[in-house]
Design a protein around this ligand. Structure first.
Ligand SMILES: *Cc1c(COP(=O)(O)O)cnc(C)c1O
Length: 381
């Protein structure tokens, strides 16, 4: 059963009893500046796990990105550089604060933002960069940091998919101003719906606490723009239990990924349908949120796998700039817009959209399941 899903939430007695205890207590949420007790426990679990000074929980990964953009004062007239090869939430968060997303191409090695293309697309209006640690692969943070410093722009990490991934021993989300995680059910840990922003800055943390609660500090004293981004105590209680299980989840994902690579390596030498397997770079420890291969006849492979009840999925077969909404903005062709057709040359993005396929390695997958997945890939062509 588990093998049919590329990812699925893994819940147990602990989550059930944590939620029950919230329900019995009756305090389902708290509009206090610091939030309720489960929210605070969840936040301290996240900051101690990632090594960030602060964590501020919100009700989705999208809200985490919005809150971070608000905290930096990004809005009308500002450009924010993001990859197009991401979940649409990255772009939508930028649009929602009135700023303009400018799409950057990716590199083929790990599907994250191409630093060379990034630098080319910086203008006077660029205020921030949002690299995405896609699939749990760590973006080229060293180069991005040099570029950000040189051009004096902020960096917000979209770490929605990369909780637990590290580079040089440092957790994703903690390299720059702020890092945003998602606790959607398909992610490595869940809250039902939820997100969290990590930061080492006291100033940003204080602002984030206000932003998630209508810009208030003590109540009815709105002094900056905020919204209701509060996560429920039930959600935070689930996520707190999930954080305790995270190290184990990550170990199982890694075990599965290593075995899958070993088995697929034997096939891919002979089979040029498989273009590449995921290869973390030196110093990088990925969380294996998505084990993603590049395959020539990707859609055929997907169909053959599904015939054998092996789950697989293409994240993302439509890059953001090709979705109807963003394509329409581009073709509106407003000449002073960086979202215009000229910036839509995203060669590697379009290549990736046509070849990527993610295979199941989540913690519900056994060693036997991994062998079944590898065997099904072998038999597919
Ligand atoms: C899941 C995800 C988000 C949004 O998180 P939600 O909790 O679904 O709002 C943002 N960016 C990326 C890359 C994601 O995968």
């Amino acid at each position: 059963m588990n093998i049919e899903a590329v990812n699925l939430p893994i819940l147990g007695r602990e989550e059930i009893s944590a939620v029950s205890s919230v329900l019995r207590g009756g305090a389902l949420t708290s509009a206090a500046n610091l939030g309720g007790s489960r929210v605070r426990s969840f936040e301290s679990a996240v900051s101690s796990f990632t090594g960030s000074k602060y964590a501020v929980a919100v009700n989705s990964g999208t809200a985490a990105l919005q809150a971070a953009l608000y905290a930096l004062g990004i809005g009308q007239g500002d450009e924010v550089l993001i990859p197009s090869f991401t979940f649409v939430a990255t772009a939508n968060a930028v649009m929602s604060v009135g700023a303009r997303p400018v799409f950057v191409d990716i590199v083929r090695e790990n599907y994250t933002m191409d630093p060379e293309d990034l630098e080319r697309r910086i203008t006077k209006k660029t205020r921030a960069i949002i690299p995405v640690h896609l699939y749990g692969n760590v973006a080229y943070v060293d180069r991005i940091s040099e570029i950000a410093k040189k051009h004096a722009v902020y960096v917000i990490e979209d770490a929605a998919q990369s909780l637990g991934s590290t580079y040089g021993g440092r957790h994703t989300g903690t390299f720059f101003e702020m890092g945003c995680f998602s606790m959607y059910p398909s992610k490595v840990v869940t809250a039902g719906e939820g997100g969290v922003v990590v930061t080492n800055s006291r100033e940003y943390r204080d602002r984030l606490l206000m932003i998630r609660n209508h810009g208030m500090t003590k109540g009815y004293d709105t002094s900056i723009l905020g919204l209701n981004m509060r996560i429920t105590e039930m959600g935070a209680a689930i996520a707190t239990e999930q954080m305790k299980k995270l190290p184990k989840f990550l170990d199982t994902r890694k075990r599965n990924a290593i075995l899958l690579t070993e088995l697929l390596d034997k096939i891919s030498g002979k089979d040029d349908d498989i273009i590449s397997l995921p290869r973390p770079r030196k110093g990088e420890n990925v969380n294996w949120y998505l084990y993603t291969i590049a395959a020539r006849r990707r859609d055929l492979l997907h169909d053959r796998l599904s015939e054998r009840s092996v789950g697989s999925a293409a994240y993302y077969s439509t890059p953001v700039h090709k979705t109807p909404f963003y394509a329409r903005i581009a073709s509106a062709g407003n000449s002073n817009s960086n979202l215009g057709p000229s910036q839509m040359r995203l060669t590697n993005t379009e290549w990736a959209a046509s070849v990527v396929l993610s295979l199941p390695v989540h913690p519900g997958i056994t060693i036997r399941d991994v062998k079944t997945v590898a065997g099904a890939v072998r038999d597919a062509f």
